[in-house]
Ligand binder design. Structure first.
Ligand SMILES: *Cc1c(COP(=O)(O)O)cnc(C)c1O
Length: 384
């Protein structure tokens, strides 16, 4: 049977075959524990981890010792936010973040709020961008952390990292960014952007799920971080647990591949994205969510007026895998907090579709998808 066209590359991506090939020897042949310092098996694994660490550090203009491997961006965000809150408790208990952040940032902040920390959640402008004046005005002497994402996972909006970094560092406040959607897709430089902590993940860039990293600045300034997981003292004591060599090798390979052809891949994907938007925007009552140009190449997020969101998704499911404007947890269904932050009504938020175009999508697929979206909207509107 024919499977739907996969257009949900912001949720996850398939593993690139080149990444699989790079990983395979580390399951069976070079299976040693990178912490085993007494024999060759350990040394081989340690050498692979060292090389991967260098590749990742180079990708963001950091030093290898500043890369802490984690299980993904959720863990990296938790480590960054809780680890800073704990380490800088004496300095203050105020944290600033953004309304459109991923739950892996919002929820650790809410947890800290329940412990007595004060959290400022900045609203976004209509196009999803941060208001830099508002950020500047919100900084206080007891602010210990500003956490603002690099690229949004729903509407693709790219925040002005360089400007945010400058504002934070002028006041000597630590700047963390969740770059789960950005790594490999846009240039990232922790020096020129003055980023102190950066969360990364592999599975949005064709590496496997379950591997990520946190960049932690060691100089100008040296960032202190309280470990959130204790044990064997791996990763300079900041994240204990045996390193998963195959995933680490795969993550680095995926970053390497992404950086090699970043511009070409991004140009190709933008063409597909713009074609999809050109076809869909011909239909009345379809709006684009988020900034029209300051966004990820593969992202198109639209809201459709005068249709029921659930019916719309149902009409698309057999042809394409996309995400709707609702966020489901295992217990409830709610309109996306990102679309609500743009000022949408609940109904319009539900009637939204996120297209995430990736490396393996083709122009022929875009044509099929556009035709199906248009015909589904038209038949739903005829019904009411
Ligand atoms: C996917 C994603 C996460 C979570 O990453 P995991 O590696 O799946 O834990 C966090 N933040 C953003 C912006 C994401 O897109």
């Amino acid at each position: 049977m024919h499977r739907p066209i996969y257009l949900d590359n912001h949720a996850t991506t398939p593993v690139d075959q080149r990444v699989v090939d790079a990983m395979l020897p580390y399951f069976t042949e070079y299976f040693g524990n990178p912490s085993s310092i007494n024999h060759q098996y350990g040394w081989e694994a340690e050498a692979a981890v060292k090389k991967a660490r260098e590749i990742l550090a180079n990708a963001i203009n950091a030093a290898p010792e500043e890369i802490i491997f984690t299980s993904g961006a959720t863990e990296a965000n938790n480590l960054a936010i809780k680890g800073i809150a704990e380490a800088y408790f004496e300095k203050g208990q105020h944290i600033i973040t953004l309304a459109t952040e991923h739950n892996a940032v919002i929820d650790p902040c809410k947890y800290l709020e329940s412990l007595g920390f004060e959290i400022t959640i900045l609203p976004v402008q209509k196009d999803g961008l941060i208001d830099l004046n508002l950020l500047e005005k919100s900084l206080r002497s007891d602010t210990v952390l500003v956490s603002i994402m690099a690229a949004n996972n729903e509407i693709g909006v790219l925040q002005p990292l360089r400007e945010i970094g400058k504002i934070c560092h002028e006041k000597e406040i630590i700047f963390h960014t969740d770059a789960a959607q950005a790594i490999g897709k846009i240039p990232l430089d922790v020096q020129t952007m003055q980023i102190d902590l950066m969360s990364l993940t592999g599975h949005k860039i064709y590496a496997p799920k379950g591997i990520g990293a946190l960049y932690v600045r060691r100089r100008n300034p040296r960032v202190k971080l309280a470990a959130q997981q204790h044990g064997g003292g791996h990763e300079r004591g900041m994240r204990s647990g045996t390193l998963c060599t195959p995933q680490i090798v795969g993550f680095a390979k995926a970053v390497e591949i992404a950086l090699l052809a970043q511009k070409q891949e991004s140009d190709r994907i933008i063409k597909l994205r713009d074609k999809l938007w050109q076809l869909l925007s011909a239909v009345e009552g379809i709006r684009l969510n988020g900034h029209p140009t300051q966004r990820l190449a593969g992202n198109l997020n639209i809201s459709v007026e005068d249709v029921d969101g659930a019916a719309l998704l149902l009409g698309l499911q057999s042809v394409m895998a996309v995400s709707s404007g609702s966020a489901c947890s295992s217990t409830n269904i709610a309109p996306s907090h990102v679309l609500m932050a743009l000022g949408h009504s609940e109904k319009l938020a539900y009637a939204s579709i996120r297209f995430g175009i990736g490396r393996f999508n083709t122009e022929a697929e875009i044509d099929i998808v556009a035709a199906q979206v248009i015909s589904t909207i038209q038949s739903l509107r005829r019904l009411c």
